[in-house]
Design a protein around this ligand. Structure first.
Ligand SMILES: [Zn+2]
Length: 311
């Protein structure tokens, strides 16, 4: 049974399924339980390093996370994250290391969520997105934001504590909005960021600012980036996006008119597309569809009515 949120009957959104993993957060502070779980013979673990883990192609166009029993794991006491328990009672840990382990066979290859996120099973994608999000947070929060002293890992990777001032720091997630702007005539607005490769167009997006609601952020970002006036916003779905620590909140934003004025700084060009125009632009190669793993592709599909062509 799939637990992935689908966008109103369309394809599921990558990285959002629970994959049958119970995070079992109540065990994170129980050192005795964690030690027993770690040494249990059925426990599986994998190394996460720089946002990547080893994956293996399964021969049917899909891939699986390469996991190992804990007794085969490289030594790392300090950076062991407890990720949860699957439906068969298997406990999963990720080990944060400075490099991925070597393998005797050539079948395994390093991959990050962008490449492998849509190829992995829901379980493996969930394990990897949790591990990568924790790794990114751990690497960037080694010092206490209250007193500046070095912090130490706790709660199986889910807390950092400051021995100097007693501060406790929790993993942070930065909310960002991503919106498909639609015109009164049914067309959609796609923009090109300045640093994107030629031909790449996608939805508008931006970070939620302090003191702002996510609806306000949609209206502000659409105004800043493309000069469009939004009269109504509709929440669709969210997607964890740990690059390094975002949560993408997906919307359809209804514009009051088709007038646009791009900012030229973040967005270089923005264009309205009808379905026929977008289909023709995909076919001629003038427009490249967004990557399949991103919620941007699902938001566009929601309007487009069929899967986007694969890049
Ligand atoms: Zn401190």
């Amino acid at each position: 049974m799939s637990t992935t949120p689908a966008v109103r009957g369309h394809r599921p959104i990558a990285l959002t399924a629970t994959g049958g993993i119970d995070r079992a957060a109540h065990h994170r502070l129980d050192e005795a339980w964690l030690a027993a779980a770690w040494s249990h013979p059925t426990t599986r673990c994998f190394v996460v390093s720089g946002g990547q883990a080893l994956v293996e192609d399964t021969g049917d166009g899909r891939a699986e996370l390469v996991t190992m029993p804990s007794f085969d794991a490289p030594l790392t006491e300090a950076h062991r994250y407890f990720l949860g328990i699957d439906e068969e009672g298997v406990r999963y840990f990720a080990l944060q290391k400075d490099a991925l382990p070597g393998r005797l066979d050539d079948a395994a290859r390093p991959a990050g969520l962008r490449e492998a996120g849509a190829l992995l099973s829901e379980r493996d994608a969930q394990l990897l997105v949790h591990a990568v999000a924790l790794e990114n947070w751990q690497r960037m929060h080694r010092f206490c934001s209250r007193c500046g002293k070095r912090t130490v890992i706790a709660a199986a990777g889910h807390i950092r504590r400051c021995p100097a001032c007693g501060g406790e720091h929790y993993p942070r997630t930065d909310p960002a909005v991503i919106m498909l702007v639609t015109a009164p005539d049914g067309r959609v607005l796609l923009g090109r960021q300045v640093h994107w490769p030629k031909g790449r167009f996608s939805t508008l997006a931006g970070f939620v600012e302090p003191g702002e609601s996510i609806e306000q952020a949609v209206v502000r970002e659409a105004g800043e980036e493309a000069g469009v006036v939004i009269e109504r916003v509709e929440y669709v779905a969210s997607q964890p996006w740990p690059f390094p620590s975002s949560l993408m909140l997906g919307f359809v934003a209804h514009a009051a008119s088709t007038e646009i004025r791009v900012d030229g700084e973040e967005i270089e060009e923005a264009r309205w597309f009808s379905r026929a125009e977008l289909r023709a632009a995909f076919a001629s190669g003038e427009v490249l569809p967004p990557s399949g793993v991103s919620i941007a592709a699902r938001l566009i599909e929601l309007w487009y009515g069929e899967p986007l062509p694969v890049r």
